[in-house]
Design a protein around this ligand. Structure first.
Ligand SMILES: *Cc1c(COP(=O)(O)O)cnc(C)c1O
Length: 359
């Protein structure tokens, strides 16, 4: 029997990828904003209906580019402890200090009622995460940011194809960043994007991702955040399958819902959100129960993931200990179940059955 992991990268029919690659061989341009990349940018931008969209190397560089383009190189950034490590590491690479504000227990996003108390004279920005594709309270965050003159950068790595209050969940804040890593709902092997509200910031970000120069004129400190034609080609090959990917995830999630209803903790449904089914997080009663179920699943070669673990405020290389009791509790007992289009419904039933037997 094949091993089942928490996710499995989606691959398009091989000929659909090779026909995109053929166009690269004809055009003879491999990178530096080539025709495949520009076509992909246009497709995604019109799908998301956002003003500015830049496809970049990955979701981590996207966060760093966002901070640099907003001139944030020092001071404090308010962020969430419940995310992938890249949310925090991008802040540290930018030589800023992450200030962790605890999460709310229903959808695991930053607790907006606790943000204002964390603001000091050094605060420059708020960096929340639409974790698992659930929406942060964007309205409250916008109000707080406006009142205190702060920038908002959403790590929207999980939010692709989620629609919140009638528009893309990736379109909020001064900048929203995406990841198109192979494990994400929609991917380009490696890849990411910045969605920028302001035209001037957008131009700056575009310059920074290309080493900060136009020809021989060096305008600012830059980095290499450009993406290649081959990555864009994978994105274009997968693009026509996006709806079927989301639908397949929805079907699997509905099956889990039915089989596990009432037996295990789940995030709250958000009424203003058209969910993208990016993940299937479940909340155990305690860590012992989680470990017991994991052990039983592993015996059957099924490997869910502790997502996210540990809580980022406890990272060993942080200079100072900050406490986030809600996040630390959730991290100790949350996991994501296998969810990807190729997962057979019979396997979903098998997984649910093992979970129910071992709770
Ligand atoms: C995947 C992910 C990232 C990093 O994206 P990469 O493309 O892998 O660099 C950042 N934040 C979150 C929340 C993620 O899940």
């Amino acid at each position: 029997m094949c091993k089942i992991f928490v996710t499995k990268p989606y691959l398009p029919p091989q000929d659909e990828y090779t026909s995109q690659v053929e166009k690269i061989f004809q055009a003879c341009q491999l990178t530096n904003q080539g025709p495949r990349l520009r076509e992909l940018e246009e497709k995604i931008q019109s799908f998301l209906k956002v003003p500015h969209f830049q496809y970049v190397t990955n979701g981590t560089i996207a966060l760093q580019l966002a901070l640099e383009a907003l001139d944030i190189r020092e001071g404090e950034i308010i962020t969430t402890p419940f995310s992938y490590v890249a949310t925090t590491s991008s802040i540290l690479w930018q030589r800023c200090k992450p200030i962790f504000v605890d999460i709310e227990p229903h959808n695991f996003t930053i607790d907006v009622s606790k943000i204002e108390a964390a603001i000091t004279s050094k605060t420059r920005a708020i960096m929340p995460v639409h974790v698992f594709g659930y929406a942060c309270d964007t309205e409250q965050i916008e109000n707080i940011a406006r009142k205190h003159g702060l920038k908002v950068i959403y790590d929207a790595a999980h939010a692709f194809a989620s629609v919140y209050k009638g528009r893309s969940l990736c379109g909020y804040g001064d900048v929203s960043t995406l990841s198109f890593h192979a494990t994400k709902l929609y991917h380009t092997v490696e890849g990411g994007a910045c969605i920028v509200r302001d035209e001037i910031v957008n131009t700056k970000l575009d310059l920074i991702k290309r080493f900060g120069h136009n020809g021989n004129t060096h305008l600012c400190l830059g980095i290499n955040g450009k993406q290649s034609e081959f990555h864009a080609a994978m994105g274009l090959a997968i693009w026509p399958h996006l709806t079927e990917i989301v639908q397949a995830r929805k079907r699997i999630s509905a099956e889990y819902d039915e089989l596990l209803a009432g037996a295990i903790g789940r995030p709250m449904e958000q009424k203003d959100l058209l969910y993208n089914y990016a993940y299937y997080p479940v909340l155990f009663k305690n860590e012992a129960q989680l470990l017991r179920v994991f052990a039983a699943l592993e015996k059957e070669d099924i490997y869910p993931r502790r997502y996210f673990y540990p809580s980022l405020n406890t990272l060993p290389y942080l200079q100072e200990k900050q406490h986030c009791p809600v996040s630390e509790d959730i991290c100790s007992r949350i996991a994501c179940l296998p969810l990807y289009p190729a997962l057979a419904i019979t396997d979903v039933r098998r997984i649910a059955h093992i979970i129910l037997e071992n709770l």
